[in-house]
Design a protein around this ligand. Sequence first.
Ligand code: FE2
Length: 261
Amino acid sequence: MDRRTFLSHSGRLLAAAGLAPRMFAENRMPESNQRRSLSFSNDWIESVLVSAVRNMPVEDAIVVNLSTTALHYRVGGDHGTVLPWKSAMLRRCTLESGETVALLHVRQRTNLGGVALGWEWYGRRNPQFPRGTPLYISLQDEIGDVQLDPVHGFTHETSVSASPRRYRLKLNLWYTPEETDCGIHTGHQFLEVHTQVLGTGHMQKFRENNSETLYEDVPMLPGFTHDPFFVVGDNGSFSYPWHRYYAETDCIWMAVELHPL
Ligand SMILES: [Fe+2]
């Protein structure tokens, strides 16, 4: 074997042994449809996270797009899109391409209130929370870090001075029985939107910390994610109007939170 033949031969051996130059590893596409159960998945709501979505069938689920690019799906010859930080209730579709999605499926409704037995009553973590309000929060699942400009990323408006920054994405479920006022509040230090999973609720805005001053009512039906309530300032800071969640029936909904890093 002459020297050239040997070098060529050894290169093939290296490649066969998985020792090929690093650029091949770095250019490799992430393995598609990597899925894991979310930490709040339970007997009532099956909750799964899928990343690098490619041609993945969905039987029956609320699909939440947890990324800054559109999610594309098809059914027969028809096509559809789920915009970033939005959701859809899909049945017998194929998710063609997308980055990261949460899939939520109602498994059963029997003994629905039992969902909260293993969760935390929100008043335990917030001393100011009304003592008689039955609002319960699940474990929170940290999904990963996302870079986005909050104006463009959520509203799709063109941001004059785009200022992308990094956020940590966290998800959790909430539960409350019917006719529950979950409390008017403001001042979040993170960006939030909510996806309705079960029941009929409302996201509402108020002029003041007073339920008589309501000025916008957003009905929440299963599969729907509301537009963000936060307003972004010139320097990338954000603020919220007084707002609350109101449960008309027994409700389960998912919080999508982006915490600045
Ligand atoms: Fe809020």
